[in-house]
Design a protein around this ligand. Structure first.
Ligand SMILES: CC(C)(COP(=O)(O)OP(=O)(O)OC[C@H]1O[C@@H](n2cnc3c(N)ncnc32)[C@H](O)[C@@H]1OP(=O)(O)O)[C@@H](O)C(=O)NCCC(=O)NCCS
Length: 163
């Protein structure tokens, strides 16, 4: 999938009927990816519930026994919403995020999905650049959508890609 110098060591795969231990490692990766995100909000229980929802699917990237990245989305009719994407801090800027996103887009094309959309924090420069690079356009904004732990608020930017 990815064009990067780690490609031989990386394994990209779909999460399929995960066992408890796999969900636990996945949640640990999620926590580590959003360590410094002031709006992080998924509890372990919430995370497990999301994974069990109808239409929710995920792709993971692992290097050896260690998870490096993930993307989670939800399909409803012919639309797909990216619920989250993250890459472990030590593995960033090596093409893993783009590989995960492009892999998901390719799967949505195969599944005849018409539109992919997502919400991203206004201040999340890295993620906005990633989505923009992969063909997503800004199509809306939700004012003060995210609450920071310190009480502050931040807009959500809505980005969309038509397939
Ligand atoms: C956003 C994230 C998933 C990107 O993963 P990544 O593996 O580092 O991304 P890649 O190496 O594949 O880079 C792909 C593109 O993303 C953008 N990007 C990635 N890191 C960036 C940075 N530090 N600054 C600016 N743009 C960046 C660039 O457009 C890059 O393309 P380029 O290398 O051709 O310039 C990663 O930074 C992350 O996990 N962030 C924390 C979690 C998060 O905010 N998720 C988004 C929720 S909406």
């Amino acid at each position: 999938m990815g064009q990067n110098n780690l490609s031989e060591a990386l394994n990209f795969y779909a999460l399929n009927r995960p066992q408890k231990a796999e969900v636990a490692s996945f949640y640990e990766l999620y926590l580590s990816c959003f360590d410094d995100d002031p709006t992080r909000k998924w509890s372990q229980k919430g995370f497990e519930e999301i994974l069990s929802l109808e239409g929710v699917a995920a792709h993971l990237c692992a290097r050896g026994d260690n998870l490096s990245g993930f993307i989670i989305w939800r399909v409803t009719c012919d639309e797909s919403e990216i619920l989250n994407i993250g890459v472990a801090a030590t593995d960033r800027q090596k093409g893993i995020g783009a590989s995960l996103l492009n892999g998901m887009i390719a799967r949505m094309e195969k599944e005849k999905i018409a539109k992919i959309f997502l919400e991203v924090r206004e201040g999340n420069v890295e993620a906005k650049a990633l989505y923009n690079n992969c063909g997503f356009k800004v199509t809306g904004r939700r004012k003060a959508y995210y609450s920071h732990q310190d009480g502050g608020r931040e807009d959500a930017v809505i980005m969309t890609k038509l397939l």
